[in-house]
Design a protein around this ligand. Structure first.
Ligand SMILES: Cc1cc2nc3c(=O)[nH]c(=O)nc-3n(C[C@H](O)[C@H](O)[C@H](O)COP(=O)(O)OP(=O)(O)OC[C@H]3O[C@@H](n4cnc5c(N)ncnc54)[C@H](O)[C@@H]3O)c2cc1C
Length: 472
């Protein structure tokens, strides 16, 4: 490519989104990716045995399917097909029962007994308001377009999930269901704003579905990359950027990086005050991830678990809260909260005939070296006796492995930084996408709206670059 207008460092969903926004304006953009495969947190590979397609990082994609930016792209014409399981989420209990979220609110509430009306009021009202508030929730802090609707959401969202669940639901099962969704936020459940994760992801189950790309997460990346190339964008893999001084000259550089790797390649160009701010950015819990090749489906005791793409394993709200508090306090939980996806049940392209894959992780202390495999499998056995007998092969990633494959995920923090109140909006600093270096922007999940596969960090950063450094 002749001299590009913009360079993007990193091909995660936010890097590709940023590049697409810029390429859509007819400008020349080039993406440099360190790894041999594109996609960062959105990749698939045969991690266990030939014929078993595992998601290396993200597996379940409500935020991608519902992304206000991705929705506008012709990704289906580049092979993306969303697979929607009969149930979005199941949460089993020791009694052999389970709580389930379906795409339909009516079907969900039909099984929530005494909590049906409360669920409809709480989650249903956010689902109804979502089209009006999505750009405010999934964007940088600014004057809201629909202040009243956003305030209604904010009053609930800025609470701890323990408080909201106790004040809203009477059944222990519904509280546990809600707490499990909030635990995606990787914070102790008595902390604010854990309710926000439960409300956004819970609402997305009804708005867009907890869906997955047929053939694996890589298909989403492949579709984004193909669309970018169709707009004239260029992507170079196996191209780790050691210093921004090595990049081709361009009016704008957008880094799909969290602060630590950003400091490595651009720290020498920042003033001391900004370097210090980035150094103070906090990374949080690590993840311990396991992928299995199985010779059959997981033998859940609760039948409804076999209908769900995602299963939350951890028992009651109190048990999940204990597991998350332990990890946060530096102790590897004895009974971890396990987030499990069983994509091959609904997508036969993922495994050999009759066989299946499973994907799971639990939260551990930052950088933990504890071996969680026995504890994760024990938790699955608790609700699916005989699970271990189905295992053909395993692939295990500790926090250090997760960071080795993606420099953004320091200490195995798959959220690219803590998402507590202090860092949710002022992310990674109060300057969000901007840096003090003219034309240099941050577009990763370490900017608002943060973790998840939605591309909205890249979208907002690129719009800012178009207004400033790339303005004609
Ligand atoms: C195990 C795991 C499970 C997850 N599960 C889900 C899920 O189910 N659903 C969901 O929505 N989200 C999930 N996530 C989170 C999601 O993957 C991330 O929030 C998302 O990928 C962030 O996108 P990004 O573009 O900001 O950065 P990334 O996806 O982290 O991409 C950054 C890219 O930059 C590249 N890079 C880094 N340094 C350099 C350099 N110096 N030069 C060139 N390239 C560089 C990296 O190799 C990487 O490709 C999960 C993450 C992990 C790790």
């Amino acid at each position: 490519m002749n001299q590009p207008d913009a360079v993007v460092v990193g091909s995660g969903p936010n890097g590709l989104a940023a590049a697409i926004v810029i390429a859509q304006t007819g400008r020349k953009v080039i993406v440099f990716e360190a790894e041999p495969t594109l996609g960062g947190g959105v990749r698939s590979a045969e991690l266990t045995l030939p014929g078993f397609v595992h998601d290396v990082c993200s597996a379940v994609h409500p935020l991608a399917a519902g992304s206000p930016f991705f929705r506008t792209l012709p990704l289906e014409s580049y092979g993306l097909e969303w697979v929607e399981p009969p149930a979005m989420l199941a949460h089993p209990f020791d009694a052999g029962t389970s709580a389930v979220i379906y795409r339909s609110i009516e079907r969900t509430t039909a099984e929530l007994e005494h909590d049906a009306a409360a669920y409809r009021r709480l989650v249903g009202s956010i689902v109804t308001a979502w089209p009006a508030i999505e750009m405010d929730v999934l964007g940088p802090p600014r004057l809201p377009r629909h202040p009243l609707k956003l305030a209604h959401f904010g009053l609930k969202a800025l609470q701890s999930v323990e408080r909201l669940a106790r004040n809203t639901f009477v059944r222990a099962e519904t509280r546990a269901l809600f707490a499990g969704i909030a635990a995606h936020g990787m914070l102790p459940l008595d902390r604010r704003p854990t309710a926000a994760f439960a409300l956004v992801l819970g609402a997305m189950a009804h708005v867009a579905g907890w869906v997955m790309p047929r053939g694996g997460a890589q298909r989403l990346t492949d579709a984004l990359a193909a669309h970018l190339r169709s707009l004239g964008g260029e992507i170079v893999a196996r191209a780790p950027v050691a210093s921004i001084d090595d990049l081709p000259r361009a009016k704008a550089v957008l880094c799909d990086l969290s602060p630590r790797p950003l400091l490595r390649i651009a720290g020498h160009r920042f003033p001391a005050w900004y370097r210090r701010k980035l150094e103070q950015y906090r990374y949080g819990l690590g993840a311990f991830k396991v992928d299995w090749a199985l010779d059959g489906p997981i033998p859940w005791r609760a039948a409804s678990c076999s209908l769900a793409g995602t299963v939350h394993i951890g028992g009651t709200m109190e048990e999940i809260a204990d597991a998350e508090r332990d990890a946060w306090s530096g102790r590897a939980p004895e009974q971890p909260f396990v987030l499990l996806a069983q994509t091959s049940l609904f997508d036969t392209t993922r495994a050999l005939a009759g066989c299946h894959t499973a994907w799971a992780y639990c939260h551990v202390p930052h950088g933990s070296t504890a071996d969680m495999l026995p504890r994760i499998e024990q938790q699955i056995e608790r609700f699916a006796p005989g699970f271990r007998r189905r295992v053909l092969a395993r692939s295990v990633r500790q926090p250090a492995d997760i960071e080795r494959h993606n420099a953004n995920l320091v200490g195995g923090d798959i959220g690219a930084g803590v998402s507590d109140l202090a860092q949710l909006f002022a992310r990674p600093t109060r300057h969000t996408y901007r840096t003090p270096v003219k034309g240099l922007y941050i577009c990763s999940a370490a900017t608002p709206p943060g973790v998840g596969v939605h591309g909205m960090c890249g979208y907002h950063a690129a719009l800012l670059a178009l207004k400033e450094a790339l303005r004609d």
